[in-house]
Unconditional design. Structure first.
Length: 107
């Protein structure tokens, strides 16, 4: 079966990146460029995830009803979210500072 797949795929021509409308303007020559193009979107997704987790943990804290076990669980979740936000914020600004120091292109 594995020998058939390359022969079957050989009949199809893989389009160049410039020929795909969704990817027009993106020229990827190596993995570093792909990561550089994706980073702004990943930071936005991380921010939305942090926002959602803050809402969720705050809601859990509000509905804990004074139950010590549920309250501690919600506080632990809130602490984890804030720690993650600090790590992501630090990574973003460290990346921006290194980018400026080494004269790399902005994104």
């Amino acid at each position: 079966m594995m020998k058939i797949i390359p022969k079957a795929l050989a009949q199809y021509e893989i389009p160049k990146v410039s020929e795909v409308p969704e990817l027009a303007g993106f020229e990827f020559t190596d993995l570093g460029e792909v990561i550089s193009k994706l980073l702004p979107y990943l930071f936005v997704l991380a921010g939305l995830g942090i926002f959602g987790a803050l809402i969720c943990s705050g809601f859990q804290l509000m509905i804990s009803g004074g139950d010590p076990k549920k309250t501690e669980q919600a506080k632990g979740c809130l602490t984890s979210v804030i720690t993650g936000a600090v790590i992501i914020f630090t990574a973003y600004w460290l990346m921006r500072i290194l980018q400026h120091l080494f004269g790399l292109e902005g994104f």
